[in-house]
Design a protein around this ligand. Sequence first.
Ligand SMILES: [Ca+2]
Ligand SMILES: [Ca+2]
Length: 499
Amino acid sequence: MKIAFNQIKMIACVSTMAKVLISLALGISSNILFAEKKVESPNILFISIDDLNDWIEPLGGHPNAITPNLNRLTKMGVSFERAYCSAPACNPSRVSIMTGIRPHKSGVYENNSIWRNSPALKNAKTLPQNFSENGYKVFGAGKIFHTNFPDPESWDHFWPSKKVQRPIPPLPPEGTSLNGMNTSHFDWGSVDFPVEEHSDWLVTDYIVDQLSKSHDKPFFLACGIYYPHLPWYLPQEYLDRFPLDSIQLPKTIPGDLDDLPEAAKENIRFKDHQNVIEHGEWKKAVQAYLASISFADECLGRVLDALKNGPHANNTYIVLWSDHGWNLGEKQHWRKFALWENTVRVPLIFAGPDLPQGETRGAPANLIDVYPTLLNLAGLEIPKTLDGDSLVPLIEDDTARLSAPSLTTWGKGNHSLRSDRWRYTRYSDGTEELYDHENDPHEWYNLADKTEHADLIQSFQKYLPTQEADPTPGEAYSPPFFERLEEKRQILISEGFYK
Ligand SMILES: [Ca+2]
Ligand SMILES: [Ca+2]
């Protein structure tokens, strides 16, 4: 199956095919060609920014965005402009990145799925476990796995703890809803704290420290920045960077929902939207999200400075990704948990020795491809059990394409496919959406019932999964956000991290 895929990949791209033919004539694979020019056992700096959609300057998703360090990283490497998550929620997305197995194979569709209980994942070798077996030191800090399900066996060391991936962030007094909506962590506003005490700042302190010293082995270092995940609590100066009267709301049109199938509408968080509108909070939410991105970008800048000024600047590959996109009122939807472009589009940037610099790629890519790509960059063998493909041929050649469109799954039976031009979505009840991004970048006009697109839809359908795992059971009790934080605080107290 994998061989057949690779054959299609060769046919799909003439210039890559030429390269492969030369390689075959020489009796070597294109991976080995790449391995020959790279540094021996390069380090991997694996950076995740949680819940970051395309509202960053390099992706042009929002005119008010201020992200100098994401700009800088993009200039250092290659940015995929059509990169998508495998699932639009933290747990399924992160599990698929870390194991290389897709949600429809593992049955990990939900945030509460106990992923190591999935038969397909029980013994799955995670990305750090794979690097560890290949002689790497594997360690990190911050949110890498979903908060509820860290994977202690994946790491040699994790800060602040293998069980709790980040310190507790500064919060307003208990029971305070800053936006007045009383909707748990769907909250935002000004909280006065020194940024040096924020959990993301402390996580990057740890990363900065590790990047500044030598290690006795090559390393896989994971940096999980939590913002712009909710709640968006920030010192006023961050909010002031985005004056309310300058804030542009996401573009919407009246009647946008009229052409959606019921299955699509069931994903919409109408209650959130109603709350935001009734409390007059739409612009403030956009402001707080942009401010949280700006803070995350500052944390990223500290990490990039440390790498540049430390001993590992010339032999480290960087990958930066976010786990899914985010809606802020487009289609009256908020948060993730849906299959539209802004819900599933993510930043995905690679940089490092011998990679092109300051280039973008329009080829559709998926976060499932991160695992094989990093192995490829490090010159390691890519297990046949992985669902993704190495993006190295695409990084090297901007005309190269993978053999299939980029697939995102949201719950069993609901899938969305993205090609260069089109997004096709099919729900478990057979209803569909089709959007033409050449003429409709906001996905306002669902073309699925237009007969002239029947052949196009059929061409997408052959990429839909035909066998799908049943959902992996979830936690019996999944505590609300702030209770979960308190549980984590108690673990950190019991481990002596907090007095
Ligand atoms: Ca997330
Ligand atoms: Ca519409």
